[in-house]
Design a protein around this ligand. Structure first.
Ligand code: TYD
Length: 207
């Protein structure tokens, strides 16, 4: 039987990395058959594309190039890592996926959802996530937690106004797609982690 596919989304500084680490520890302790991967990246070629996309020296990169590079990294990641794992019956947990492109490039950059959907044709075909968990922390609160952005990261340094648009983009996706569930991340880390595990159980992704 094909494995289940779960993606995690959220704005900068929402605590996604910590939550994925806690979830990974939990699944390992229970002997779950899963892989955890990330976008952009997840495999050798896609990690190389990631370095180009996020490199702070490429301030001249146009929005269309950015969107196409994310899509290129994604299709390679899908074919090389995600599909084989799903076909082997594994649970695939992915840190960001096509909703990131819809929120960041489609909405915040203003390229529109149609363009993003068309260049992400492969990710939107047979391999849509079964469940997407949106870690909800408004960017203003995330920025306060984080004490400033990494200036060498082309996306992170974009500033609060941009990240607020990303957040709005995610809220629109949440209204449109029942596949996406939101988890409030304002509480303690352990509390958020428990909410995520409860949601995965409720959706019959884990038992
Ligand atoms: P990363 O350091 O992994 O950020 P985070 O810990 O917030 O996930 O960098 C990924 C960056 O790329 C992040 O700023 C979000 C952005 N991104 C897009 O703009 N579009 C996409 O399709 C994806 C996958 C990521």
């Amino acid at each position: 039987m094909r494995g289940r596919f779960v993606t995690f989304e959220g704005c900068e500084g929402c605590g996604k990395s910590t939550q994925l680490r806690l979830l990974s520890e939990y699944l390992k302790a229970r002997g779950a058959n899963f892989i955890m991967t990330r976008e952009p990246g997840g495999g050798e070629i896609s990690e190389e594309i990631r370095k180009i996309i996020l490199n702070g020296k490429y301030s001249a990169m146009c929005d269309e190039c950015e969107a196409l590079l994310y899509a290129a990294a994604r299709v390679q990641h899908l074919k090389e890592i995600i599909i084989p794992a799903l076909e082997a019956g594994k649970l695939v947990i992915c840190d960001r996926y096509v909703d990131s492109s819809l929120a960041y490039q489609g909405y915040a950059r203003g390229l529109g959802t149609e363009f993003i959907e068309s260049v992400n044709y492969f990710a939107l075909g047979n391999y849509r996530p079964d469940l997407t968990i949106f870690l909800d922390l408004p960017p203003r609160e995330a920025f306060e937690r984080k004490h400033g952005a990494d200036e060498n990261d082309r996306m992170e340094r974009l500033g609060l106004e941009f990240h607020e648009k990303v957040y709005e983009g995610y809220r629109k996706l949440l209204d449109k797609e029942t596949r996406i569930c939101s988890v409030d991340c304002r509480g303690a880390k352990r509390e958020t982690s428990e909410k995520i595990i409860a949601l995965l159980r409720e959706k019959a992704i884990i038992d």
